[in-house]
Write a protein that binds this ligand. Structure first.
Ligand code: NAD
Length: 260
């Protein structure tokens, strides 16, 4: 049986990309679409035989796995509701706080849950490259710059933070102790272990990330540029088909891609 998928937030930027990517896939079936109260398009068909509704209970009952690219409060509420039904999940929402992390842990105890700040193949390969570069060039200054569209709510991006954590891990450092997410005023010289992460916002940029490694008289830049949301949608649906076959637990995109 092909896994039945519930898409959350079908009216959103990622929701629309996910719906488009489900058409033509033969490894899963779109079973339901659930949006927030007042979302555009409620009651209308999002695919043949599938309507956008606000009925989360019915949506979870009708699916084997749900795909969540929404907002942290929705991620928390849906994960709690999914835990009582043991539904698998693919979570791409970023800027998750403690409540969402706790709800995800609760769900991962009873169902497979894939959580990733970025579902593209390229960014996940970049994470590995950045970690190796950080280890090999342990005394070079590491900085990350990210650019996103002006409507993005969280900063720095979850992907930039994932790259920063990969760099810290490559150096055996605790990211929370070496992070520098803003610079303003008389801040003095750069700390030796500091990892800077800077966010730029504007226009309709889908997502760009550059990891810089500054040596003396030379530098390396490892960059990724997304030019379509379809890369995240295709990765998330691949993760959904994969998650439906896994035992309970929390996974990331490196598990899905077999890159660990
Ligand atoms: P968006 O604002 O365009 O869409 C959010 C959608 O969620 C809307 O349709 C909204 O109606 C819906 N929603 C809100 N509350 C809901 C609820 N309680 N139940 C059901 N639906 C609800 O945002 P977006 O640009 O699509 O991004 C969504 C999230 O995905 C953000 O956190 C963004 O950072 C993240 N994102 C992650 C990746 C990745 O690869 N992990 C890629 C792109 C975006």
């Amino acid at each position: 049986m092909k896994p039945r998928v519930l898409i959350l937030g079908p009216s959103g930027r990622m929701g629309r990309a996910l719906l488009e990517a489900t058409a033509g896939r033969d490894d899963l079936v779109l079973a339901a679409a659930v949006d927030r109260d007042g979302a555009p398009g409620l009651g209308g068909d999002v695919a043949p035989g599938v309507r956008s509704t606000t009925d989360l209970g019915a949506g979870l009952t009708a699916c084997d796995v749900y795909v969540d690219f929404t907002a942290p409060a929705a991620t928390t509420a849906v994960a709690r509701a999914a835990a009582t039904r043991r539904r698998a999940a693919v979570i791409g929402t970023t800027g998750l706080g403690r409540d969402a992390e706790a709800a995800i842990a609760e769900l991962a105890a009873v169902a497979p849950v894939v959580v990733a700040a970025n579902f593209s193949l390229g960014v996940n390969v970049l994470l590995g490259l950045a970690q190796r570069a950080a280890r090999a060039l342990s005394d070079w200054d590491a900085e990350i710059a990210e650019i996103h569209h002006g409507a993005k709510r969280d900063a720095p991006s979850g992907t930039a933070l994932a790259i920063a954590r990969a760099i810290a891990a490559g150096r055996g450092l605790d990211y929370d102790r070496v992070k520098r997410q803003s610079r303003d005023g008389d801040i003095g010289p750069r700390g030796v272990d500091e990892i800077g992460v800077m966010a730029v916002r504007g226009g309709d940029v889908i997502g760009e990330h550059t990891a810089y490694f500054f040596g003396s008289s030379e530098r390396i830049e490892i960059a990724h540029r997304a030019t379509s949301r379809s890369i995240f949608a295709v990765g998330a649906l691949h993760a959904a088909a994969w998650a439906a076959r896994q035992p309970p637990g929390r996974y990331d995109m490196l598990d899905v891609l077999g890159l660990k």
